[in-house]
Design a protein around this ligand. Sequence first.
Ligand SMILES: Cc1cc2nc3c(=O)[nH]c(=O)nc-3n(C[C@H](O)[C@H](O)[C@H](O)COP(=O)(O)OP(=O)(O)OC[C@H]3O[C@@H](n4cnc5c(N)ncnc54)[C@H](O)[C@@H]3O)c2cc1C
Length: 333
Amino acid sequence: MATHRTKLLIIGSGPAGYSAAIYGARAMMEPIVVQGLQPGGQLTITTDVENYPGFRDVVQGPWLMEEMKAQAEHVGTRMMWDTIVEVDLANGSPFRAVGDSGDEYIGDALVIATGAQAKWLGAPGEQELGGKGVSACATCDGFFYRGKRVAVIGGGNTAVEEALYLTNHSDDVTLIHRRDSLRAEKILQERLLNHPNISVLWNKEVESFAGDPLAGGLTHLNLRDTVDGSASELKVDGAFVAIGHSPATELFKGKLPMDDGGYLLVEPGTPKTEVPGVFAAGDVTDHVYRQAVTAAGMGCMAALDAERFLANLEIDTDGHAHAAESAEQEAAE
Ligand SMILES: Cc1cc2nc3c(=O)[nH]c(=O)nc-3n(C[C@H](O)[C@H](O)[C@H](O)COP(=O)(O)OP(=O)(O)OC[C@H]3O[C@@H](n4cnc5c(N)ncnc54)[C@H](O)[C@@H]3O)c2cc1C
């Protein structure tokens, strides 16, 4: 067991964590990134990424994340193959975290970039056809289904928004919901129900996703009626599972304020949490945009704010940080 000390501790290695690391390293904060169970984050489980700025051609998600990691290391970030299992924020800076390995991490400032995970149905074929017709993000993948038949599964705001978004690319969108009414806001429901290119299949559950992952991908959905139990089939080229996301915030329960969905709350327009020196960036605090580029932007903001926070701290020889006295205080003494 070892103790790792840094000016900037970053938990999470998605676009938010790596971007915070790039900015933090270039500001001489010698950051440590604790990568967690999914080094590179959510983009490592997708294939084509066509909307991350800087690349004219489609790039592969895992490749993009390898490049971000290499860039962060190149400018001086230390990567740790560990998962944080405990954090102590109660005593202010420096913040202490403990990894699954038993190692201890101490950071004068802390960036939380633990992201979120899309919820999946768990139906047969879903994972095998992931990226081959099955997706959890219409904004990310809708473009690949231009002029094709698509379905959205879910009944809340996200599902309705995804279905409406998909009408930009397809004139054959089906929303599949297991109940006979939607949970989405009324205004969204109205837009959906009045849209000429969207039809709704009520009281239907997806029993399985069918198709060949190696040849052509998804071909159809096998459905079951939740009222009379009858089976049916829906031919589609793309299916978007939109039943919500789970932010990875279990660690911070009772330690940082969260909204009802478990997303970390920050001061609006900033990555600042309620605890000075602790910043949240990316999907862990964002249930609206959930994009690699927005996560990266928030990671940048978190590192810049961490730099400002550290500039106002004095670190004692015993390793404890204190807010530096302001010029006014010093003058008054
Ligand atoms: C299938 C799919 C396709 C997508 N396609 C696109 C696309 O084309 N374009 C786009 O812009 N966006 C896309 N997205 C969305 C994009 O991936 C996310 O918005 C983005 O990855 C969020 O970045 P993040 O850094 O906030 O978190 P994440 O990418 O979720 O990364 C979170 C990180 O935190 C780590 N972590 C979690 N808990 C701990 C812990 N306790 N200790 C240490 N580390 C921890 C994980 O290991 C991971 O490294 C897609 C998402 C999915 C699922």
